[in-house]
Every structure is written in structure tokens, then in C-alpha cells.
Ligand binder design. Sequence first.
Ligand SMILES: [Zn+2]
Length: 897
Amino acid sequence: MVDAATATQFLDANPHFAKHYYDVNFRPKVVSDLLDNGRATAVDVSRYHRLTAVEESEILFDLVRDIQDNLQMEKSLFNLMRHLSFMLRADCMSLFMYRQRNGVAELATRLFNVHKDSVFDDCLVQPDSEIVYPLDLGIVGHVASTKKMVNVPDVSQNPHFSNFVDELTEYTTRNVLAVPIMNGKDMVAVMMAVNKMDDAPHFTTTDEETLNKYLNFANLVLRVFHLSYLHSCETRRGQVLLWSASKVFEELTDIERQFHKALYTVRAFLNCDRYSVGLLDMTKTKEFFDLWPVLMGEVPPYDGPKTPDGREIVFYKIIDYILHGKEDIKVIPNPPADHWALVSGLPTYVAENGLICNIMNAAEDEFFDFQKEPLDNSGWTVRNVLSMPIVNKKEEIVGVATFYNRKDGKPFDEMDETLMESLTQFLGWSVLNPDTYDKMNKLENRKDIFQDMVLYHVKCRKDEIQNVLNTRERWGKEPDECEEEELEEILSEVLPNARKVEILEFHFCDFEHSELDLVKCGIRMYYELKVVDKFHIPREVLVRFMYSLSKGYRKITYHNWRHGFNVGQTMFTLLMTGDLKRYYTDLECMAMVTAGFCHDIDHRGTNNLYQMKSGNPLAKLHGSSILERHHLEFGKTLLRDESLNIYQNLNRRQHDIVIHLMDIAIIATDLALYFKKRTMFQKIVDQSKTYENWNDWTKYMMLETTRKEIVMAMMMTACDLSAIAKPWEIQSKVALSVAAEFWEQGDLERTVLEQQPIPMMDRNKAEELPKLQCGFIDFVCSFVYKEFSRFHVEITPMLDRLLNNRKEWNALKEEHDAKMAAMEAAKKAKEEAAGAAAAARQGPGRHRRNTIQKSIFITPNPMFFFLQRVRPSPRLVRSARKMRIKTFHIKSFTKKY
Ligand SMILES: [Zn+2]
């Protein structure tokens, strides 16, 4: 027997033996105890010693070092599994990560086929070649759902076993030992050992214990990883919310800008290569100009997918955020269906169903069949996709956000879903957050106040109506105290004769008439249309309505009451003289002429673009055809007042018809829509020529609601532009007032917006007017009047005058061009002469100054020639003197000299 002192002495003298002895007998136990942290284990440490004591001690130190050195979770686990497969005498081991996608749990291979001599890179499963198990499939799935270890001695006897991976990998699984790895109560992964070797029939309880014991390492590694991932998710989420909150709420006016701003700000926190936001058209009912091509059979009716609230799925804009490589943002308005962000059909699917869609391994998914090659020059391809709806508080889907390729190459998981969802929710809500509601309510209120004000200022007063209906003088009472017959008696005297004042003529000229005269002419048209008695329009109301319309127009250079009246008059003439009335009912004719009178009411002398650029509240109220919608609303506001409502005795159906036609007619005056209706109108004219019998054609047309609407819309354009088809002495004057109003807008653009106006609105380019008029006639007007003359020969006078005006403008243009060319030549000759002389006598500086001074001196204003050429008749000059407007534009020219 050796005592302690002797033993110590021996060990001190033989350190190699001491180390060996300790390694073999004790180190595993010490480490094991350290790891076990109190868990009761039935493992007898001495057994390890007998089995693989040396190796095990090596393994343990190896693993501890690994955790310290290696921050990569997969690498640490790989090392552990490599050792474990050796210790368990397993043919191989695999690790399956647990995650949730689309709210459904699944397991995905992360480390596959690990054995003693494996190389890490061979075993690490790349995201695009994962094998994914739903929890109801296979032994691994069973382990994940029961959260319990299983030891299956013979898989063929196990009901949970599925051989699909065997078939996939041409491998035969005989027996399995699998264990769940948990973080508290949460599933994290499943580790599995397959096929016991060394002729042993299956894994033993000893193997179970070994596995259980070493699981502590796996747990430690995974927990560290998982916690740091969770932490970063929480941090990211917090940041995203913080940013989107502060940025989104900052600006509430422009929805798109909000989306963009919020998404751009959070870009750094979105853990992906790229994302795109598709914005959905929110209009529930189509505008008439988009509906017509469908009704005309030119475009097939929409039968594509719709949003849950019934909107056609139209992505009107895509904002594409590229975060990989060189950061970039692309805005794609009206993206084509084959745009890479839409062509998969995934955003449409999401917009249709409102589901969150998480697709891993996009290459294998049928959604992404289109992806045959990289989507851009950088070689970028879609690998993983997370797509989700952006929903507003009304639960309408306003857009779809799609995230591509998580940065680490792994599929998007539950964390990403939650993160992105909270972001998209934020975006959606922000669009209609309480502040916006407040603002909209205020706008509503303002609208009410506006209505009161409009009526107060615009409505014909009691004293004013006496200018037409002089009941006080005539009958000694107010109009409302008179019988209709008494009012009729007055009107039959004060209203002008239609033939005499030429309101049935295309060449009608308003110059000789006062604004009040025009009011009376307007009333006369309702009589000529025979709608006053037919639709029981109270005479007092009719007079007050027309008078109020004239007051509703502002006293501006061109878009004043005279223009409004002229459009109504041309509509009246097209119907009566142009014989277009044959297709329309009296009710419809009344609506059309009324629309003509109302169509530019409360015009501000500036166009739609200016309203947008100057941030006019109207631009916020209406998305497109800003002013036209305002004119329409203004007109309807007047009609809502009972004392102005000429439609008050119509029945419900009749009322709906007139309002519907006015809606279309007034919006149709937006020239931006002109090109949409051109070909449809032309086809109707073509079609009319296929009828031999004019009556058959008329009968056919009268029932064709859509065709009648298209013709009416084109008539509105013909009326709105009718000044271009007036006799030259009228056209030349009106063109100047149009130009003068444009120049005034140009001045505003320069002073208020500090922008350079386009040539048409630049008074310094006034001499280009003849050229601009020629262009306007060629590109816009000639089609209208050519087609109408072809349609109804009665309308030819308009075309003839248009062509004559084209000649006149062209002559002026050529005259101007010739003058400019002559001046240019003279200038050049002088320059050359002066240059030669200067070169002979003086320095170049002096010579330059000379020429400039001269050129200023000799350039007369080209408008001077132009004004000389326009020689109005003495009668016109006289009437122009009476009118503020006409003298105004002459003054604005003379101001230039
Ligand atoms: Zn107009």
C-alpha cells in the first residue's frame, strides 16, 4: 500500500504519467459535473472511461475552446456533432432548425450527414438546398411536436417514419436517435443520429445518455446564438418603429411621399438585399374615360384579380429599394405587368388575398419561373421573398411590400414576418391616422363654409334679378310674388331674338354684347330648346341661375363669363344648327348646354399644373383634372340651392341623367383627356358612314348611351376650343386674350414659384404666338373640326374658319420668320463689317460692345408687326373699347414698349 506522500512524490517525479492518469480517470467527470449544473444524471462516469475516456476529454476541451473562439453557431455545432457521431458510433448526424413561416411551424436541415471525418462546408446546408419538414412528417417532426427524445431501434416499425429523405438521398435509414434542443419552452432545433454502426443493432440507453449530456453544449451554443438573434430582432424592430413613427407622422399630405420617406428611413434595418413597394390604385369605380373603351368593345372587360374590397388590382407605382451593392431607389410609375417586381404575380396574389407570403428558395417556386437569369447587371437573383399587404385602418389594402433575400442568405422567418408586418401596418395606418381624419373633417367643414360663401357672393341678388325680370317696375312686386304668366310676359319682351343675335350661328360673336346681354341670350337658349315648359323650370329660377353663373366666373383675362357663355352657345349651335340634337333627348340637350355654361366657372386664370406646383388646396382635394372637378363641383353647388336649381321639377331618374351627363361633359373639357377619346370618336364617325339611311343611323345612335357620351365629350372639346374656329377677326383677338392669360401665369411662375415658364407662357417669347397657334391647330384642333364636319356636314363652317385661321397664323409666322432671318443676316453682315473694321483699327472688346448695343436698338418687338396685321373692323374696335378685357390685353402688349 502506498501512502499519500509516496504517491505525490511519484506523480511529481512522473508528470506524464500523472497527466495521463488524470485525463483518463477524472477529467471527464470534472467537466461533466461542470456542465451538468445540477441535473440528475444516471450516467456512471466510469463507463465513459472504459469507452472513450481519452477521446472524450479531448472532445470536451476542444468544444469549450470552440465556443470561445467560434462565434459561428453552425461551426460549433458541427464540431460537436462530428465528435458525437464518433462517440455514438452513428453513421451520421443531422441538425434541423425549427422556425415558423406563414404562421406554420417547420423544420429545415441546417447540418446534414455529419460524421467523424466530415468537412464543415460539405455538411452545411445552403438555404437554397434545404430540406423542409412540416411538423407532421417524419420522426424529426414528431420530436419537435412532442419535444421529447426518441430512440427508434427499427424505423420500419415506427409509424412516424417517412422515407422521403432516404429516397431523395438514396440512403437507407435503419435506426434513429433524435433529441429536441430547447430554449426554455421554445423549440430551437432537433439533433438526430442515424444508423448505429459496429454491428450493434440500434442505439442504446447509454447512447441516449451520452447525447443528452452533450446536448448541454449544443444548448449553450444555440442559446447564445438565439438570444443574440432575438436581441437584434427586438432592436431592429424598435428602431423601425421609432423611425417610421417619427418620419411618417411628420408629413401627412402626400401618401406616396409618406411611404417613400418611411421606407427609405428604415432601409438600414431591413435585413434584406432589396425591397419594393407596389402602390395600389384606390379608386373603386372607374372614370368614364376608362370605362368607355370597355363599353365600346375596344378593351376586354376586366376579369383579373380584385382586392378583397372589390377594386381591380392595379399597381400604379412601384418604389424599388436596392440595398445591396450601390444603394439605389427607383420609382417606376405605371409599371408594366412584366416588370420584375410584378411578373411573379406574388404582389398581385398578396393584394388579392391579403395574406403574408413567405417563400424560400424562390428558384424552385412556380411564382418565380420567370427567373431564368439574373435580374440585373450585378447578377442579382431572387432567392427568398417575404411579401405582405399594407393595410389602412379601413382594412383596405393600399399596397404590397415585398422583401427579397435576407442578408445572411437564410429564408425569412417568423421574426422577419413580425418585423416587416409591424412596419407595413405602420405605413398603412399612417395613411389614415386620426390627424388625417381631422384634417379631412376640417376640409369638409371648410367645404360647407365655402358653399355658404359661394352662394352669398355668387347668387344673383334681389336687386340684380330686376335687371332681367323687372317685376318691381312692371308689376310692383317681387318675382316670387308673380305668376309664371306674368314673368313670361316680361321675358318674352326682354329676351333677345335668337336669329337677330345669331346665337344659332357658329360665327356668333360676343364682343357686341354686354355680360348681362349674354345672360339673356343664355336664357333664350333654354326657350329655343323647349325645355322651360317641358321640365317645368320656374322662370325666376332660370333667370337667377343664369345670372349667378355669370357672377360665378371671375373677371379674368380669358376664362371669364364670356368664355363660359361661348362654350354654352357653341354647344347649343352644334345641337341645333349642327343637327347633333337628333341623337339626344331634350333632357340631355338641356344638361349639355348647362354643362357648357358651367364648365369653367370660378376659373383662376391658371392651369392644373400651376395648381399643383403652387400647392393650391384644390390640388389636394382632387387627384386629377383638378380645375375641371372644381368647376363641376361649383356648378353643382349652385344647383343644390333650391332658388337656383333649374332641375328642381325633374323626377329622380331625369335628375340622375342630367347630373351624370354634366359630370362627364365638364370633366371631359380637361384637354389631358382629349387624346383618350379621339380614336373612339373617329370610330363612331366611321360607323355613321356605313349607314345608307340617316334615320336608321339616328335610331341606332339614340339608344347607344356610350357612343352618345363620347360624342358629347368631343362636342365639349369642340366648344371649348371654338374660338379657334371663329372668323379671323374674332380668333385673332381671342387668341391674344388666351395668350395674355398664359403670360400672366408665366409671370406668376417666375415671381411666385421662381421657375422659368414654358415658351407658351413666357411673355418674352410673345413673337412665337403665331407658331404656337399653328402647332395647336395641327396637333389638337384640326382633328376635332375635321371629324365633326365629316360627321355632320352642317358643322363644316367651323372647319373652314379653322383652316382659314391656320393660313392667317402661318402667314404671320412666315412674316416673322422672314423678318428674323433678314435681321439675322443684317446683323451678321454688320458684325462682319464692324469686325473687319475693328480688327483693322481697334481691340476686340470695343467691337463687341458696339454690336450688342446696336442689336438692342434695332430689334423691334415682333408683336408690333403682328398687331398691325390684325386690323379689326371699326365695329369691333368700338365694342372692344366697351370691354375691360379686350382693352386689358392690348394694354399688356403696349406695356412692353
Ligand atoms: Zn373652357
